[in-house]
Ligand binder design. Structure first.
Ligand SMILES: Nc1nc2c(ncn2[C@@H]2O[C@H](COP(=O)(O)OP(=O)(O)O)[C@@H](O)[C@H]2O)c(=O)[nH]1
Ligand SMILES: [Mg+2]
Length: 455
């Protein structure tokens, strides 16, 4: 991937819309735009002359023919996303017209950008660090406002700031240790050693704190899967519809109505939850239902949370007890449905249950509260949702943690300063990977390759 050439891509989704944006970035961006743009009005200055961060009305022209009527924004380096000269062309949002504008720009001498290349340039030019680049992707993919909030904080550099601080602190300790290595005759003074140990302990606590946010980070980024299971006719499909707020699954008094699994995402108190409605768990009557039951079992196995629906007009069935046993200590919420009808159900003491009536929706809001509480249980709540690490960060932090502990032990026992320095270099390297201070091409490819075209 060249960093010196000029690139262009459609920055908006392909499809019919009111507007589409074609983005051009690189040293020739403004010159290229000047070649294909015909400004409206007689006294309009050439694009090369216009001030930065200004918008211009005119037409994109190819071989003297007007391709589209556009608004063109000129953004000069370095106050741009990529830190390069950038031009954004807002054209009409049709599939064909957008493609023609892009082709016109490409024909004028720029290269089609690769997926994520604008963001990669922003990173390589020092505009953002790796955590911020990842936040751009999180932002685009965010499905709830909570996830969006976390992505915004990360994009603003909150995580990067904390990670850089950690790395700086460790570098100082490393510098101390290395200084002593240069003078092997001198022992490290006891109070210096105590101070260095304290700093390593503080660093270790901070790494642990960050690692604790990994689960939350995953919940916010990927959401969780919740399987709705229970006996036929308990009201599983009715519950799915209530949780989604619309009639997605077929509800009927006939047992065995739901034969396939139905998957839909809903926003529950800021958590993206993929609900999977399943066929009732029972001995199937025919091959289709048998396949449905098989899929229910698969959904059950892959879910992070189980909504176990019971019909409270009936006594507890052996299947329900069996299911509870099978689930062991996996997160489970027991939902007693049909609260509008007389009760015949007696639950074992240890079963914590929420009572709902899915026909009217009574109890569904408190079910959502319980669900969110269950998801966040064990995770740090509140403002800490704002600072969460992703799987890549967590992996680097785990490596850092191991070496940090080795360094601390070596220093405490006065084994060898060489060993302390070695481990600390591993730690600072691992921590540096998070923000992109130490990177490999493979790492960059894997991060930026996940982006969509034009980002
Ligand atoms: N009275 C009452 N009936 C319900 C309630 N929830 C579901 N039902 C009825 O129970 C039957 C089975 O519901 P359904 O959602 O298809 O159950 P599933 O087989 O578990 O998916 C349907 O006739 C629903 O209308 C409820 O809260 N109260
Ligand atoms: Mg059903």
């Amino acid at each position: 991937m060249l960093l010196t050439d000029t690139i262009a891509a459609i920055a908006t989704p392909i499809g019919e819309g009111g507007l589409a944006v074609i983005r051009i970035s690189g040293g020739d961006a403004i010159a290229v735009a000047g070649r294909v743009f015909q400004a409206g009005g007689k006294q309009a200055p050439a694009l090369a002359e216009v001030p930065t961060h200004t918008v211009h009305y005119g037409h994109i022209v190819r071989d003297d023919r007007r391709v589209d009527e556009v608004l063109l924004t000129v953004l000069r380096a370095p106050r741009t996303f990529t830190r390069e000269d950038t031009v954004e062309i807002s054209c009409h949002g049709g599939v064909l017209v957008t493609r023609l504008v892009l082709e016109t720009v490409l024909a004028a001498g720029v290269r089609l950008a690769e997926p994520g290349e604008f963001t990669q340039r922003a990173f390589l030019n020092g505009r953002i660090d790796l955590t911020q680049a990842e936040a751009v992707a999180d932002l685009i993919h965010a499905r709830t406002e909570l996830a969006l909030g976390a992505a915004h904080e990360q994009l603003a550099g909150k995580l990067a700031g904390r990670i850089n601080q950690l790395r700086d602190d460790l570098m100082k300790v490393l510098a101390h240790v290395e200084a002593h290595l240069d003078f092997p005759d001198e022992d490290i003074a006891p109070d210096t050693q105590a101070e260095l140990l304290r700093r390593l302990e503080v660093a270790g606590e901070f790494v642990d704190e960050l690692l604790h946010t990994a689960r939350e980070g995953q919940i916010l980024r990927r959401g969780i899967r919740a399987a709705i299971v229970g006996r036929p006719n308990a009201g599983k499909s009715s519950l799915l519809n209530q949780l989604l707020g619309r009639d997605r699954a077929i509800v009927s008094p006939l047992a065995g109505t739901t034969r396939d699994t139905v998957e839909e995402t809903a926003n529950v108190r800021g958590i993206p939850v993929v609900f999977v409605d399943t066929a009732g768990l029972r001995d199937a009557l025919d091959v289709i239902e048998a396949e449905g039951v098989k899929r229910s079992r698969a959904a059950l196995a892959s879910a992070e949370l189980i909504l176990h629906v019971l019909d409270q007009t009936e006594p507890l069935a052996p299947e329900d007890e069996e299911l509870a046993r099978d689930l062991g200590d996996r997160p489970r919420l027991v939902v007693c449905n049909k609260a509008d009808l007389p009760a015949a159900l007696v639950l074992p003491e240890s079963w914590k249950a929420v009572s709902v009536a899915c026909t009217s929706g009574v109890g569904v809001e408190s079910l959502k509260d319980s669900l969110a509480a269950l998801v966040w249980s064990g995770a740090i709540a509140g403002e800490h949702h704002q600072l969460t690490v992703n799987a890549r960060h967590a992996e680097a932090l785990r490596r850092a943690k191991v070496s940090l502990e080795q360094a601390r032990l070596a220093l405490a026992e006065g084994v060898s300063l060489e060993c302390v320095a070695f481990e600390l270099r591993v730690v600072t390297g691992a921590v540096g990977e998070i923000v992109g201070k130490t990177t490999t091409d493979d790492l960059l490819d894997s991060i930026f390759g996940q982006f969509c075209l034009g980002k």
